[in-house]
Design a protein around this ligand. Structure first.
Ligand code: NA7
Length: 539
């Protein structure tokens, strides 16, 4: 290794939710740690996705670190579901408070990481030509951080302004008087539509697949409620790890309530419609069979469409916004504020691409098989190459020079979503095969980092220098991940989602996260550690 290589115990890639805590925790354990971050600031998702209306769909008081009781008490949240700017401020505060900045290199992208068999160390290279060597490499690169290229012909020819929700400019964007086209109706599109419509002269939403979106019921966080939660934070943190999604539902924030003990298949049409009268948008999921039986799911979907018809004035727009041939529970539920209501405004319209897709972007705007639309701005809310994208974009070479993306050519294979065979001392925070995107990301990140921290301390105590998942344990885990997913709506026959990689042309179709819930996952992690890290090889 050349002389300008900087040596550390741990290199962490990414200064988002995971990377910040990884730095703090590993440093506390006595490991010298360096974080490398592509953005010019910290916060990861909450740094890049600064589009209007960007908001977390987990309540603020639960989407926060539990490692420091002082931090929990001093930080004041203002809303039940926090806006991007509040989250970005929170993560900046964390970096200040725990003196993290000195060990974070901002504005630097890791382009390659190579394991050296002889020294048992990772050599990490950046786009600035820096070289770091580390015993342990921790990829805190995020699950939704590699932007998808929408690959629409002519995209670069547009004469107006093109904006991406997942790389939004820092300077405020003024839509006043402009004709705006928005492509994509996942969470990012759904959140930004009402905000852009507030100022734009015209907003045209280009929708390929209608979403199931539920009103978030966001509101200011009352001081008394905040104090009440703060008084019970210790119990809350324990309860989070015992909850399927790591969200207990404090702050009264339950947008999608738990199902009642009634089967929709046994309900009459009057009873189903009465549920809509009573529960509104929640009615479609309020039955115990909707997420387990496809026929029941379709009956639930019809109740959702009934709500769309009740809210949307124009029948054609209502039909366009109605999901069809798409199971409820296939994709991540979307929470919104006034999304559907926005389509009742005169200057907002929907282009339902199911009736004819986008053919090209032209200098003037967007052309579809249904006609052309002249625009001043195009907003792409087209999503991410989820879970594996950020890892695939770095040349990560393990034992014998094998590239991680080649090792995963038939789908990502990891043990616990933490390690992959053939890549010693490489760890992934919230990687494929862990609850990650199906649970509260902050809780998942803390659990992973603490588990890895214990493993590193165990190795230091025993004087071992490398750890690596065994192929057998990894295969068994991947099989279990698939088996559990196969029993859910995530893999229903009519389900296409980024959980499965369906949004990326050519990506192998494999269900990526662990759908068995956080408690079962934490139990497995703890049992493996208690058994001397069963399934991992040490040398
Ligand atoms: P998503 O949920 O992946 O949504 C992307 C949207 O963009 C989705 O509606 C896509 O339609 C649409 N899309 C993508 N490419 C195109 C092209 N070429 N033409 C038309 N429409 C397109 O990403 P988000 O950023 O909204 O949310 C990601 C996650 O962040 C979300 O699940 C939350 O967990 C937070 P499709 O459905 O593929 O037909």
């Amino acid at each position: 290794m050349s002389d300008n290589t900087v040596h550390h115990d741990v290199v962490v890639v990414g200064a988002g939710v995971s990377g910040l805590y990884a730095l703090h925790h590993f440093r506390e354990l006595g490991f010298t740690t360096q974080v490398i971050e592509a953005g010019e600031g910290v916060g990861g998702t909450w740094y890049w996705n600064r589009y209007p209306g960007a908001r977390c769909d987990v309540p603020s008081m639960e989407y926060s670190y539990g490692f420091s009781p002082e931090l929990e008490q001093e930080w004041e949240w203002t809303e039940v579901f926090p806006l991007q700017e509040e989250l970005e401020a929170y993560f900046n505060h964390v970096a200040d408070r725990f003196d993290l900045w000195c060990d974070i290199q901002l504005g630097t992208r890791v382009i390659a990481a190579t394991y050296d068999d002889t020294s048992g160390r990772w050599l990490v290279e950046t786009d600035h030509g820096d070289r770091y060597s580390a015993q342990f490499l921790v990829m805190a690169t995020g699950c939704l951080s590699a932007p998808l290229d929408p690959q629409i012909p002519g995209r670069d020819t547009f004469a107006g302004r093109s904006l991406f929700t997942n790389a939004w400019p820092k300077a405020p964007v003024d839509f006043t008087g402009l004709r705006v086209g928005l492509v994509g109706t996942g969470s990012s599109g759904v959140q930004s539509v009402p905000e852009i419509a507030r100022d734009a002269a015209e907003l045209i939403v280009f929708q390929r697949t209608p979403s199931y979106a539920w009103p978030a019921g966001n509101r200011p966080l009352a001081r008394e409620l905040q104090l009440e939660v703060k008084a019970q934070y210790r119990e809350l943190r324990i309860a989070q790890r015992k909850n399927y999604g790591g969200v207990v539902g404090t702050s009264g924030a339950v947008a999608v309530p738990l199902p009642r003990d009634i089967a929709i298949l046994e309900a009459s049409e009057e009873e189903r419609l009465a549920a809509v009268d009573e529960l509104g948008w929640a009615a479609c999921r309020a039955w115990n069979d909707v997420l387990t039986d496809l026929e029941a799911n379709e009956l639930g979907a019809e109740l959702f469409r009934e709500m769309v018809r009740r809210v949307i004035d124009d029948p054609e727009t209502a039909d366009g916004l109605s999901p069809r041939d798409l199971a409820i529970g296939c994709k991540r539920p979307i929470l919104h504020s006034d999304y559907y209501e926005t389509f009742n405004l005169d200057h907002v319209s929907l282009v339902d691409l199911r009736r004819g897709g986008i053919t090209s972007v032209t200098p003037a705007g967007i052309s579809t098989e249904q006609g052309a639309h002249e625009l001043d701005v195009i907003v792409y809310a087209t999503g991410f190459d989820a879970m594996t994208g950020a890892l695939d974009r770095i040349d990560i070479r393990g034992r014998d020079g094998v590239l991680l993306r080649d090792a995963w050519a038939d789908g990502a294979r990891m043990l616990l979503g933490i390690q992959t065979a053939g890549f010693p001392n490489l760890f992934t925070i919230t990687g494929p095969g862990s609850p990650s995107v199906l649970a509260n990301m902050v809780v998942c990140a803390e659990q992973h980092i603490e588990w890895i921290g214990e493993l590193l301390t165990y190795m230091r105590r025993r004087g071992t220098s490398t750890v690596e998942a065994t192929v057998e344990a990894q295969d068994a885990w991947v099989e279990l991940v698939n088996e559990i997913a196969s029993k859910t709506m995530y893999t229903a026959p009519n389900c296409n989602s980024w959980y499965l990689g369906d949004n990326i042309p050519g990506k192998v179709r494999v269900f990526l996260p662990w759908a068995g819930g956080l408690p079962a996952y934490v139990e497995r992690c703890d049992a493996i550690a208690a058994a001397g890290y069963e399934g991992f090889d040490f040398s």
